[in-house]
Design a protein around this ligand. Structure first.
Ligand code: MF3
Ligand code: CO
Ligand code: CO
Length: 268
C-alpha cells in the first residue's frame, strides 16, 4: 500500500466489529459516499477494455488495486475476513466471491468483477458482468436481463415503501425467463461499514416489513442463474458456485434513498 492510505479497521483482524448504528446516514456521510462510489465505478470502467481471452483475473485484480490506491482509496475486500485480493472475479458458474488467480480467461466466459472502495471512512460497492470474447446467446440474455432486473429494482425504491418491493420486482422479472434468483447472498447496508447488517433480499419474502427511509444507503446486487438458485462454497472458503453448474450473472450498485427515489452512488 502506498503511504497515506487509510485502512478500514477490520484489516488485520479476523472479522469486522459489528455495526450498531442507524441505517439512515447523515448528509455528510452520503457526500463522502459519492466519492467512494464514483471511484468504485471508475475502477470497473478502467478494467473493462482489458477483458479478453488470455488475460488472467490476477491481472485484472492488479489494475483494480493500483487504480484505487492511485486515487487515494483502499480496496475494501483486501483483508476483509481474511480475503486475499483487492476485488472478486467470478467466472461462469461461480456466483460471487471468486478469488483472482492465474487462470487465463477463455473465449465465451461470463465474468463478474465486483469492486468495493473505502475512501474517507466510507465504502462504495459495485459489480458488473462482462462477456469474454464471443458470448453465447443464453449468457448474453442472462447478463442483460440481470442488469435490467437491478434497474427495475432501483426504480422501485421510494421512501415509505416496503424494502420487500426490491426482491419482489427482481424475482418476478427473473421468473419470466425461468431463471433462478440466488437466495444465500443478498444486498446489504453499506456506508462506514462494508456490510452493516441491513439485509436486502433479491426475492420476495412477504414477512419482511422494514420500510425504506430517506437517507438509507445500501446495495442491490442480484445474482441470477440460468438454472437452479442453490449454491455452495468451495474448499477455499470463498468461491460460491451453483450446485447445478449453471452460469450466473450479477450487477450491483450502491444507492442512497432520496426524497423521490434512489440515487445511484456508484456512478461516474
Ligand atoms: N463486494 C462483495 C459484496 O457485494 C463482498 C466481497 S467480500 C470479499 O458484498 F471479501 F469477498 F471481498
Ligand atoms: Co455488496
Ligand atoms: Co460487491
Amino acid at each position: 500500500m502506498p503511504p497515506g492510505i487509510i485502512l478500514p479497521s477490520y484489516v488485520g483482524r479476523r472479522a469486522p466489529e459489528p455495526y450498531r448504528g442507524e441505517d439512515v446516514q447523515s448528509p455528510e456521510v452520503i457526500e463522502r459516499m459519492r466519492e467512494a462510489g464514483r471511484l468504485a465505478h471508475l475502477a470497473l470502467e478502467e478494467v473493462q477494455p482489458m477483458i479478453a481471452p488470455g488475460v488472467t483475473t490476477d491481472a485484472i485484480d492488479a489494475v483494480i488495486h493500483d487504480f484505487i490506491c492511485d486515487h487515494g482509496g483502499y480496496p475494501s475486500p483486501l483483508g476483509y475476513r481474511g480475503y486475499p485480493k483487492s476485488c472478486c472475479t467470478s467466472v461462469n458458474e461461480v456466483i460471487c466471491h471468486g478469488i483472482p488467480d492465474l487462470r487465463p480467461l477463455e473465449d465465451g466466459d461470463l465474468l463478474k468483477v465486483d469492486v468495493t472502495v473505502f475512501k474517507d471512512g466510507v465504502h462504495g460497492d459495485n459489480c458488473m458482468t462482462f462477456g469474454v470474447g464471443e458470448l453465447d446467446q443464453a449468457s448474453t440474455d442472462l447478463m442483460n436481463r440481470t442488469r435490467e432486473a437491478l434497474e427495475r429494482a432501483i426504480k422501485a425504491v421510494q421512501p415509505g415503501r416496503q424494502l420487500n418491493v426490491i426482491g419482489r420486482v427482481i424475482e418476478s422479472y427473473a421468473s419470466r425467463f425461468g431463471y433462478g434468483v440466488v437466495r444465500d447472498y443478498t444486498g446489504h447496508g453499506v456506508h462506514t461499514a462494508f456490510h452493516s447488517g441491513l439485509i436486502i433480499l433479491h426475492y420476495d419474502q412477504p414477512g419482511v416489513d422494514t420500510v425504506i427511509a430517506e437517507g438509507m444507503t445500501f446495495t442491490i446486487e442480484p445474482m441470477i442463474t440460468l438454472g437452479d438458485y442453490r449454491s455452495h462454497v468451495l474448499k477455499d472458503g470463498w468461491t460460491v458456485v451453483t450446485n447445478d453448474g449453471s452460469r450466473c450473472a450479477q450487477w450491483e450498485q450502491t444507492i442512497v434513498v432520496g426524497p423521490d427515489g434512489a440515487e445511484v452512488l456508484t456512478a461516474p
